[in-house]
Design a protein around this ligand. Structure first.
Ligand SMILES: [Zn+2]
Length: 690
């Protein structure tokens, strides 16, 4: 695979895509689920690019240039790229894209900066890096660094492989079923929840995974670097043997690390074990469940924070999907910022243990500091989110959360007051503690409200509290100034030369529609059926359906970019996981990210294919049942038409050379294809003109 070269021109890019497509078409897909689009830029390493893309909040970025007003879930403003009097420039914070319905400009935050500031891709990234205080080291990639990037990809491939092995162990091996699966069943977890989180099992045998992975061609070096294996005296062992496995997903759904829970009660090792920090896994930057929660967090404009993996899963089963876990440690600034990209509202669920709660209160200042609204729910005595959500009905659980939500500062004041009651020294400490929490809140109005309220609860004059808060803020701002160096001025940007000319293939439109359906509705439920093997109900997503249909007919995409995207979906579907649209919107290749943004923002593209049917009057979601099969039929009919043309010219050749056998054979094929085409056109409900 051509990963050693970096490509800056379109020409080089398309060559690379073709090589990758070729590679994909002829390799064991299961072993090499590499993204077909790997681009190396000379200046910025992949890890930094990811950090920049994760940090960039589109509304925040665009608002610096265009005044935006909130309209429903989106923001609206006057387009900076064309002259207009009524705003048609739309920014979607949940999709992280902008689109102008006047001039058609579309893209993500990086694309916006490229267009608006006339910067090339690396420079646009550097611009955003400055904005979000992310260090970018500017230099040519050394051979070492190129290897490091390749290494990162390899670690991701291996982690995906391991996750797949673990799920297979859990569901299809005797040991996995009797030890692992029975543990989850006893605790009342449903099969589809286990699949949703890709839960697995690591065999008791000390080197089961390591050995299998080596046999399957994975390098020992990478096994050790992902932390899946431990090397000792030239032997390698599994880190997680005899544990149920919780894969930790990146924001775009890649497996980057694992948590493993030991099941034996007499085990001498830690109950929970996590992957060590690696090139791909940084504990402080990710939250368990964020991938599965992302969409609902935006919809509900709120996130619940719990402690453990099974708490997250339990809340999903109680129909609360906007939940993430801190995995037992206090939140880091990077984690808070990750949440803040989706919502400013966080509700923390606490188990009813006063000592534990008090210990974690200090950690919450970091959340306040980011300007988030923090609420607390205290669960009933000796219950955790997992146990309590299973004890009561879903409705009761949700009602409990809503009724018991308390504002954080109020909660903290009450909790500490109970204890300090008549001890003046303790009370002074308590006041200082609460003042510290109020002082970190960036919003003046919010601070004022809290000061007023605490003045009543603590029985202390407002003026005294103001004085203390301001004193503390001055100290902090001094510290802050020393923390971040003032960024230098931006260099003068070189002009952007647009050289992209896209060659459309005859099937481009129907291929595009299929990719659009995958991006927009890939993870939507399409149909259910009972699996005859285990009698379990199976949910078929739109993406599963499309992948199965196209694969069973052995159809291939003509457009290499569409084909590459389809392959990523095919791989995910084979694994039983989803690809989120954001994976492509945030793609490292600006051509892909722009395409994804474009497809996701198309409101009524149906009209072109389906105008003749006149049946699409409802929203797309409601019409998926027709749209998906129709789009597939349209794709097939396009393919058949191309094949018919080929046969026609072969037939001419055969007639010229008088090859009677060939003529008969080709006529037969021609007949069959025309018959298939007629059948399709009947299904589509209109005549397809040959
Ligand atoms: Zn415009």
């Amino acid at each position: 695979m051509a990963t050693g070269t970096y490509c800056t021109s379109q020409g080089a890019r398309s060559i690379q895509v073709f090589q990758c497509v070729y590679y994909w078409g002829y390799s064991l897909r299961d072993f090499v689920p590499l993204s077909p689009f790997i681009y190396l830029y000379p200046m910025i390493d992949r890890q930094t690019i990811d950090r920049i893309l994760d940090a960039a909040q589109i509304v925040d970025v665009i608002q610096e240039f265009v005044p935006l007003k909130k309209r429903g879930v989106n923001y609206l403003g006057l387009c900076p790229f064309h002259n207009e009097k009524t705003p048609s420039f739309t920014v979607s914070p949940s999709k992280e894209i902008f689109k102008c319905f006047g001039c058609g400009k579309v893209g993500n935050a990086v694309n916006f900066i490229m267009e608006h500031e006339h910067l090339n891709y690396p420079d646009a990234l550097k611009y955003l890096a400055k904005k979000y205080h992310i260090d970018v080291v500017e230099k040519e990639l050394t051979q070492d660094e190129i290897e490091k990037q390749n290494e990162r990809e390899s670690l991701l491939v291996l982690s995906a492989y391991a996750a797949r092995q673990f799920t297979e162990n859990l569901f299809s091996s005797d040991e996995g079923i009797s030890v692992g699966l029975s543990y989850f069943r006893e605790r009342g977890f449903r099969q589809n929840t286990l699949k949703k989180f890709e839960i697995g099992y690591s065999f008791e045998k000390r080197d089961a995974l390591s050995k299998k992975a080596l046999e399957d061609g994975y390098k020992k070096d990478f096994l050790v670097k992902t932390g899946l294996s431990i090397e000792h005296d030239d032997h390698i062992f599994d880190r997680f043997s005899g544990r149920v496995m919780f894969p930790i997903h990146s924001l775009s759904g890649q497996v980057i690390g694992f948590g493993g829970r030991v099941l034996k009660t007499d085990a001498k090792t830690a109950k929970y074990l996590n992957s060590p920090e690696s090139e791909i896994y940084h504990k402080s930057r990710i939250l368990y469940g964020i991938f599965q929660a992302r969409k609902t967090i935006t919809q509900e404009d709120k996130v619940y924070l719990v402690e453990g993996y099974t708490d997250v899963m339990a809340l999903h089963e109680a129909n609360i999907e906007n939940v993430v876990a801190s995995s037992g440690t206090s939140l880091t600034q990077e984690q808070v910022r990750l949440i803040k990209r989706f919502t400013p509202n966080i509700t923390i669920l606490y188990d009813g243990d006063a000592a534990g709660i008090k210990a974690s209160l200090r950690g919450i200042d970091i959340v306040l500091e980011e300007g988030m609204n923090v609420k607390i729910v205290l669960l009933p005595d000796s219950e955790d989110p997992d146990s309590y959500s299973k004890k009561v009905s879903n409705e009761e659980f949700l009602r409990y959360l809503k009724e018991n939500e308390t504002d954080f500062i109020r909660f903290k004041t009450q909790l500490l007051m109970e204890e300090a009651s008549n001890d003046p020294v303790k009370k002074a400490n308590l006041i200082r503690d609460i003042v510290r929490s109020i002082a970190v809140i960036p919003e003046t109005i919010t601070r004022t409200v809290y000061i007023k309220e605490c003045s009543v609860h603590l029985d202390i004059q407002e003026a005294v509290l103001y004085h203390e808060v301001n004193k503390m803020r001055q100290q902090r701002s001094f510290q802050d100034r020393n923390r971040y160096p003032v960024p230098d001025d931006l260099p003068v940007p070189p002009p952007v030369i647009q050289t992209q000319v896209k060659q459309e293939t005859p099937t481009a439109f129907s291929e595009r529609e299929i990719i659009r359906l995958l991006l927009k509705f890939g993870s939507t439920e399409f149909q259910r059926h009972i699996n005859p093997e285990d009698g379990m109900e199976e949910i078929i997503t739109v993406s599963d359906y499309i992948v199965r249909d196209i694969t069973s007919d052995n159809l291939v995409f003509d457009d290499p970019v569409f084909g590459g995207i389809f392959d990523e979906f095919r791989f995910a579907s084979g694994q039983g996981t989803f690809i989120e649209d954001m994976h492509f919107v945030k793609h490292a290749d600006p051509v892909i990210s722009r395409l994804a943004a474009d497809l996701l923002s198309e409101p009524h593209t149906l009209s072109r294919i389906f105008a003749a049917k006149q049946t699409y009057v409802e929203t797309e979601d409601m019409k998926l049942r027709d749209m998906v099969p129709d789009a597939l039929l349209k794709f097939k009919s396009d393919k058949i038409k191309i094949r018919l043309k080929v046969i026609m010219s072969q037939l001419e050749e055969a007639v010229k050379s008088g090859d009677k056998e060939m003529i008969l054979e080709l006529q037969k094929r021609d007949q069959n294809l025309k018959y298939a085409l007629r059948a399709i056109s009947e299904k589509l409900g209109k005549r397809i003109i040959l």
